[in-house]
Design a protein. Structure first.
Length: 653
């Protein structure tokens, strides 16, 4: 057996483990660790790897699986919800970034097609990296999070047809088998194939396979579908990457998409890590050191351009300047699809070796810098976003005259529920929301909602915050929450401020800043679960309520303290349960009344109700006569259930 590849995999994964453990302590994403592992282990590093080609082949499988999973996750319904962000925000970001970079590099390349291609690959950002970082910050559901997601999806979608046009940018003409009409024909064939397969073939096939309940068979079938469609599209002269995306898209329309995704994700993560390692291995350390000033300068320049156009695309969507800056910072690194496109460009001689190394160096450095910028994007945005952005048509024009009212900041699930409760209770309220589409939609429903940033003093004054009784902050942006609390309390120190947070660590700081009540989602969920468990154990509701009040009053210390460091709170849980015992034909109590049996005293229990084949008898008294097949629902200690069941069903003498 050839052990070279196996040895190399052990080396690179072992090195990756050591580096990522260190990076995890420094809160640096694993992607950066994989890139560094490849650089160290590669031919320009310590030369620990001999089977470079084999590792590259495995990494290409990782890209196919990445595209496959993106196709599976592709939801037409979700895309439709983000249609404005996709068409206006995403398209403008890619278009203007591409044109700007192309105009800058054109004098050096002297070929406009190649300059456009370089501009496009620079415009792409890392979906996997950015989504992971935003998830860790808890900002996926914020306005900026949704905008960033729309921009990334737009980039991914535009990448698919761009892969087809790589030969065109390379200058391959019709005589060499490339033509626009041929691409159109292939495109039509792909659409027809996707429709038929997604509508009829794949759902039927997966249903038959799922019926077997053989997990291994289902997994193999998913892989066969993926690589089978890749093989078909490749035979048509279409990129294998596009084929993988199409395969995922076909499966996404079936009811088995979630199971398929769950099965593929572990394989994807393994192979995609090899992809980033292989990218690191391609980098020439000598080239990087010899051109370090140029690389750093270009990296900063590229990241500034991407940040600028990302922010502008957000402003096109009529979002605040602060949100735009966060969006721009979030997409300023060059992404994984750019590596795929660059590799294809090198194969078609669009990029020479020197240009390719420069691209790799700039891309890897941007990925290394980006996580730190994203982590502090809210603070950076605050430096530039203090001024008032261009007024939105839904923004407050004049001061809203209200008295003793409730202000709701954020119109997500919590905001909507609170709004409904306020309407039901006839409490005067007003809502403040940053998403203009939400504002437009809800205004049509006569909701008193306004567009504006709650961290802006003027906006809050327009909501008569000085006359408000309560303000509830129900948004997902931790930094924005802190600013809102500070501004609100400065204007009206007497307002009762209730703040929702996802992060337990925010409780003390928010209270110190002036929040009257801080509700952490995780602990409130724990309280709800705890309450329901105690009720099932028949603990009096008054005792449960008393304990939950104590937990909240003490800042959730019961949950936060270690068992050995806190005074134990004892709740008396009765050793009792409701059990069902079926009476069979051999029972000695059949035909006897409960009074005759003296059931309560003899068996030290009580019958709550009896279920017969066709009815339930809930009003049980001493005159009730036991029949064959009766199911007795009794209240009894759990350890005595089996013993009583045996006594009641023992054979008559």
């Amino acid at each position: 057996m050839e052990m070279g590849l196996l040895n190399d995999l052990v080396v690179i994964f072992g090195l990756s483990i050591a580096i990522i453990l260190i990076f995890n302590k420094l809160k640096i994403p694993a992607v950066v660790g994989f890139l560094l592992s490849g650089i160290i282990a590669g031919p320009s590093g310590l030369k620990l790897i001999s089977s470079i080609h084999e590792v590259e082949v495995l990494s290409e499988i990782g890209i196919l699986l990445l595209l496959f999973t993106i196709g599976i996750e592709f939801s037409f319904k979700e895309i439709f919800k983000l249609k404005k962000s996709l068409t206006i925000g995403g398209a403008s970001q890619v278009l203007f970034t591409t044109i700007t970079i192309a105009l800058i590099v054109y004098p050096f390349m002297n070929n406009f097609k190649e300059a456009i291609f370089v501009g496009f690959i620079v415009a792409l950002s890392s979906t996997a990296l950015v989504i992971k970082l935003l998830s860790e910050k808890g900002e996926i559901d914020t306005l900026q999070g949704k905008t960033v997601l729309a921009l990334l999806i737009s980039q991914d979608l535009i990448t698919i047809p761009m892969i087809l046009f790589v030969p065109y940018f390379a200058g391959i003409n019709m005589d060499n088998g490339f033509s626009i009409p041929l691409l159109l024909v292939k495109g039509i064939l792909i659409v027809v194939m996707v429709f038929i397969a997604a509508k009829y073939i794949i759902p039927f096939m997966l249903f038959q396979i799922a019926r077997t309940r053989v997990r291994e068979l289902f997994l193999i079938s998913i892989l066969v579908i993926c690589f089978g469609i890749v093989w078909i599209t490749s035979s048509l002269g279409i990129s294998v990457a596009l084929g993988a995306f199409i395969a995922g898209l076909i499966i996404s329309e079936s009811e088995f998409s979630h199971q398929a995704l769950g099965n593929i994700l572990p394989f994807r993560d393994i192979f995609i890590s090899l992809f980033f390692i292989s990218i690191g291995m391609l980098l020439s350390i000598n080239y990087a050191f010899n051109n370090i000033v140029l690389i750093i300068g270009l990296t900063i320049f590229v990241m500034l351009i991407k940040t600028f156009w990302g922010a502008i695309s957000s402003l096109f969507l009529k979002q605040p300047l602060r949100t735009g800056i966060i969006v721009g910072i979030s997409i300023n690194a060059i992404g994984e699809f750019a590596f795929v496109m660059a590799k294809a460009a090198k194969e078609y001689n669009i990029l020479n070796e020197s240009a390719y190394q420069l691209f790799l160096s700039v891309s890897i450095l941007s990925i290394g810098i980006s996580p730190f910028l994203i982590r502090y994007s809210s603070k950076i945005a605050a430096l530039f976003g203090k001024g008032k952005s261009k007024k939105n048509k839904y923004e407050l024009e004049n001061k809203t005259i209200l008295e003793d009212h409730l202000i709701i900041v954020g119109y997500g699930i919590n905001g909507k529920n609170l709004s409904k409760a306020a309407i039901e209770s006839k409490i005067p309220y007003v809502v403040l929301e940053l998403n203009p589409e939400t504002v437009a939609r809800e205004r049509k429903k006569k909701i008193p909602i306004h567009y504006g940033d709650a961290a802006n003093e003027g906006v809050l004054k327009n909501l008569s915050i000085e006359n408000a009784r309560i303000m509830v902050v129900a948004i997902n942006d931790p930094y924005a929450v802190r600013r809102i609390v500070s501004v609100a309390k400065n204007i009206n120190p007497n307002i009762h401020l209730i703040v929702r947070t996802r992060h337990i660590s925010e409780i003390n700081s928010l209270i110190n800043m002036g929040a009257d009540e801080v509700i952490p989602e995780e602990y409130e969920t724990s309280i709800e679960i705890f309450t329901r468990v105690m009720l099932k154990y028949l603990v009096p509701y008054e005792d449960i309520e008393k304990l939950t009040d104590e937990i909240r009053a003490n800042g959730y210390k019961l949950f936060r303290a270690l068992p050995s460091k806190r005074k134990k709170k004892v709740i008396e849980i009765p050793e009792i349960s409701i059990s069902a015992i079926k009476i069979n034909k051999n029972s000695p109590i059949i035909g006897k009344s409960l009074r005759e049996i003296d059931f309560r005293n003899k068996y030290n229990t009580a019958i709550l109700f009896v279920r017969k084949p066709n009815k339930v008898i809930s009003n049980i008294n001493g005159e009730y006569i036991i029949s064959d097949g009766d199911i007795l629902y009794i209240m009894i200690e759990p350890i005595k259930v089996n013993e009583l069941r045996k006594v009641l069903n023992e054979k008559k003498n």
